[in-house]
Design a protein around this ligand. Structure first.
Ligand SMILES: Cc1ncc(C[n+]2csc(CCOP(=O)(O)OP(=O)(O)O)c2C)c(N)n1
Ligand SMILES: [Mg+2]
Length: 550
């Protein structure tokens, strides 16, 4: 007699079986998914009932925060993470940060409750109508099990799909009456590889072409750091003696900013990237899109006489490249093979070192300019700390003064949507704690960006997380004012942010909050915050972008 027959017809036996709830929790435990990020509602309580002692529920006060916390957690631990949100409304709140997780290839299993199967046909209150449509296209798979008994296996499938390259979020909708039903038995536990090796023939062809190149450029993208390829990437660049650029608008940094081969980030426009590539016979892009362009500045995608080779684990990114030849594969595996396959290149001229524009005003500014803020932070920066950044008008200054020099120590939104950084910092700190990593998370955040998922700082306070939020209070959406000039769109409303008492907001959520108006005060407050028990929010008044750039 098979299992299904047992469940359907043998009620005596059935009573000895696990519920869907128990079978699923056993499965989640086996998969190491014992932390649930969420915000609960009546449709989720049947899942959350009898919450096991060895599981941790991380309460976020809004689903945008729950999602980005899980994203930061998954990125910090290098493992998939679990999110539980409240039917349609909770999924909606989480959507903005779901886009970021999708773009960052973060493996997340996002679950939402659904109304009771028995009455869902008559569209009761809280029904998640067309439940699998809403999260699209920002999940790899969206599913509501056809029957309660399929819930554990659906989790297993969700895990496998989320983890496989290109990794990303998946979505499960689960009717609230499923959890107390009888399971078919213990869930089947499966494993799956999470790397795809590149085709060797093509890889050796790429290596040959690199060997022949006179002035190659290497562009390292977020996939390198995510794949654990930082060290082999450095060794490869040193062997090739190529100029290294970071891919534009990185969500992860993949090459040390203080390395002599490092030339900075590739510009984020078609014309700008073209300028950099001109005169180079070969560009090898590893672990990145070609390219993450942002403002439209017309030009040729590739200069004449330059060939471009792209290695990515994401077939979608290979498809989206407007030029060049692509190879699908994991960055670390590709780099390991390439390191062996390329020849030493002692004759290649070493690139000119990157000159950093470290100039500060003779007389300290009041309010401080962004370079002064970053200079003050760099002077007291603990070498092993991690930066989460969402300060849109100061990205260039951050790179100048606080270059990333270690693997896994830079995180930013991969989507361009703000409201990711604050909760992601919380998730990174929770992930560090879960893996036994002791380091301070520093989050440099714009005063506008701080507001979107601000309630995440409450979670940081509740968990006593070692986070220093440095909020730059320029009282506006500075980058948008700069864009208005660039795009010649005068008279756009809604760009000023008067009347925000950020320290009071932070205090209200249970955080230590301080003001710092001079470089000395900032250095002092930052140093104090490093040893504080929980998070600190340092509010720094700063000059708007156009004011300090003139
Ligand atoms: C969810 C979302 N809404 C709106 C925007 C548009 N946007 C981009 S930058 C920005 C302003 C950010 O202001 P702030 O954090 O204060 O940084 P500043 O530019 O002042 O340095 C806005 C509103 C966005 N990127 N994402
Ligand atoms: Mg601002």
């Amino acid at each position: 007699m098979n299992e299904i027959h047992d469940v359907t017809f043998d009620s005596a036996k059935m009573n000895n079986k696990q519920t869907v709830h128990d079978a699923t929790y056993d499965l989640l435990r086996s998969l190491g998914l014992t932390t649930v990020f969420g915000n609960p509602g009546s449709t989720e309580q049947t899942f959350l009932q009898r919450f096991p002692d060895d599981f941790t529920y991380v309460l976020a006060l809004q689903e945008a925060s729950a999602l980005a916390m899980a994203d930061g957690f998954a990125q910090s631990t290098g493992k998939p993470a679990l999110v539980n949100v409240h039917t349609a409304a909770g999924t909606g709140n989480a959507m903005g940060n779901l886009v970021a997780a999708y773009r960052a290839n973060t493996p997340l299993i996002v679950t939402a409750g659904q109304q009771t199967r028995e009455m869902v046909l008559c569209d009761p209150y809280l029904t998640n109508r067309d439940e699998t449509l809403m999260p699209l296209p920002w999940v790899k798979w969206a599913y509501q099990p056809a029957r309660a008994e399929d819930v554990p296996a659906a989790f297993m499938r969700a895990y496998v799909v989320a983890l496989q390259p290109p990794a990303g979020p998946v979505f499960l909708s689960i009717p609230l009456d499923d959890w107390n039903k009888q399971a078919l038995g213990a869930a089947v536990i499966r494993t799956v590889s999470h790397r795809v090796a590149p085709d060797e023939v093509r890889l050796f062809d790429f290596a040959e072409r690199l060997n022949k190149a006179k002035r190659p450029i290497l562009v390292f993208g977020p996939e390198v750091d995510r794949s654990g390829g930082w060290d082999v990437g450095v060794a490869f660049a040193e062997k090739v003696r190529g100029e290294v650029y970071g891919a534009p608008l990185p969500d992860r940094v993949s090459f040390p900013g203080n390395h002599p081969l490092y030339r900075g980030e590739l510009p984020m426009t078609i014309a700008g990237a073209n300028d950099v590539m001109r005169g180079h016979d070969l560009v090898m892009v590893i672990g990145a899109q070609v390219f993450r362009y942002y403002p439209y500045v017309a030009g040729d995608y590739l200069p004449e006489g330059t060939e471009l080779l792209q290695i990515t684990s994401d077939p979608g990114l290979a498809g989206a490249a407007p030029v060049g030849e692509s190879l699908i594969g994991d960055s670390r595996l590709a780099l390991e093979k390439l390191l062996d396959a390329v020849a030493d290149a002692p004759d290649r001229a070493a690139p000119a070192p990157l000159v950093r524009k470290h100039s500060l005003p003779d007389i300290p500014s009041s309010p401080l300019t962004p370079p002064e803020v970053y200079a003050a932070l760099s002077a007291v920066w603990p070498v092993d700390s991690v930066l989460v950044t969402e300060s849109t008008s100061t990205m260039a200054e951050q790179r100048e003064w606080l270059p990333t020099i270690r693997s896994g120590s830079f995180y930013a939104t991969a989507s361009g949507g703000i409201g990711w950084g604050v909760p992601a910092a919380v998730g990174v700190a929770l992930g560090d704690r879960a893996s036994g990593v002791k380091r301070t998370v520093v989050a440099t955040i714009g005063d506008g960006s701080f507001q979107y998922s601000v309630q995440a700082i409450w979670t940081a306070a509740q968990h006593d997380l070692p986070i220093v939020f440095v909020v730059m209070r320029n009282e506006e959406y500075s980058i948008l004012k700069a864009f208005a000039l660039l795009e010649k769109t005068p008279g756009v409303p809604g760009m000023d942010l008067p009347g925000l008492d950020i320290a009071s907001i932070a205090t209200g959520f249970g955080c230590r909050a301080v003001h710092a108006d001079t470089s000395e005060q900032l250095a002092e407050q930052f140093t104090t915050a490093l040893t504080a028990k929980g998070p600190t929010v340092i509010v720094v008044r700063t000059q708007p972008m156009m004011a300090h750039l003139g």
